[in-house]
Write a protein that binds this ligand. Structure first.
Ligand code: KMH
Ligand code: ZN
Length: 270
């Protein structure tokens, strides 16, 4: 079986003050993605930052990042529509107009640390319909069991193309805690034929990524999810985290999926 690895070089919260290797400019993000691709990633999960390193849904920045990545490598681009807690939903939704191959779909509102992550039901349906109509593959971000139920309702309304592709997000304050028990609970509830990976935030990133790989999941790796390689050891970019995921998968006897294999697994054509 082959394992698709997603590189997630930058998230919505950390800055260079937290890890100086965090890419924030379009060029830095594209360089980090290319390095991740060379290390084995076939998908790039992308958050945009403005010149002050703040999360943004600016379409010109989005276009530039996508173009720079496409110039460097053929990796599948997955635009985050989560963007950041300070960016309004309707701005986040417009990123779908850039027609990346994939984009995240966060199905429910929730507390997110000390902030609020707003995903109103009507907006989520609208975003899902727009993705379906433009052929943008949704990655469903589920932080709790109720989020999975919400996705299945969207599927039943004809808004989500099969196979469904999930990220089980563990460790966000407001969502499920990062435990093996919670991961297993979610995996057991996924519908037949679903593709999935774990997003394990923070300290448990390594253990839960390893468990997910052993259970047949894909893997995500990068500074969005953990700034550290080990206790007190800052990761010098996302590449060492991608390389670690490749090593784990390989030791478990899995092949690393090429970009072509990942397109096929997701039911996407080039
Ligand atoms: N940052 C993660 C907690 C998204 O970007 O839409 C979840 C995530 C969602 O990656
Ligand atoms: Zn993200």
């Amino acid at each position: 079986m082959s394992v698709a690895i997603t590189v997630a070089p930058t998230g919505p919260i950390a800055t260079k003050a937290d890890n100086p290797h965090l890419p924030t400019t379009p060029e830095e993000i594209a360089d980090a993605v290319e390095a991740g691709f060379r290390a084995g990633a076939s998908v790039a999960h992308i958050h945009l930052r403005d010149e002050q390193q703040r999360p943004t849904a600016d379409l010109a920045i989005g276009r530039k990042v996508m173009d720079l990545i496409a110039e460097r490598c053929p990796i599948l681009i997955q635009m985050s529509t989560g963007v950041g807690l300070t960016v309004p939903f309707d701005e986040r939704e417009k990123l779908i107009d850039l027609a990346p191959q994939m984009a995240t779909l966060n199905p429910c509102s929730m507390s997110f640390g000390q902030g609020e992550f707003l995903n109103p039901p009507a907006g989520v349906e609208r975003m899902a319909a727009k993705m379906r109509d433009l052929g943008v593959k949704p990655e469903l971000e589920i932080y709790d069991t109720g989020h999975l139920e919400a996705c299945l309702r969207l599927r039943d309304k004809g808004l989500l193309p099969e196979p469904l592709q999930f990220s089980i997000v563990l460790g966000v304050q407001g969502g499920m805690a990062a435990t093996a028990d919670n991961l297993l609970t979610m995996v057991k509830r996924l519908p037949d034929g679903a593709i999935w990976q774990v997003i394990a935030i923070g300290r448990t990133n390594l253990e839960l990524t390893a468990i997910a790989l052993a259970l047949g999941g894909n893997a995500r790796a990068g500074l969005e999810d953990t700034l550290y390689l080990g206790k007190g050891q800052l990761a010098e970019g996302s590449t060492p985290l991608v390389e670690r995921a490749v090593r784990l998968a390989t030791e478990l006897g899995h092949e690393i999926a090429t970009v072509e294999q990942t397109y096929a697994a997701l039911g996407l054509s080039r």
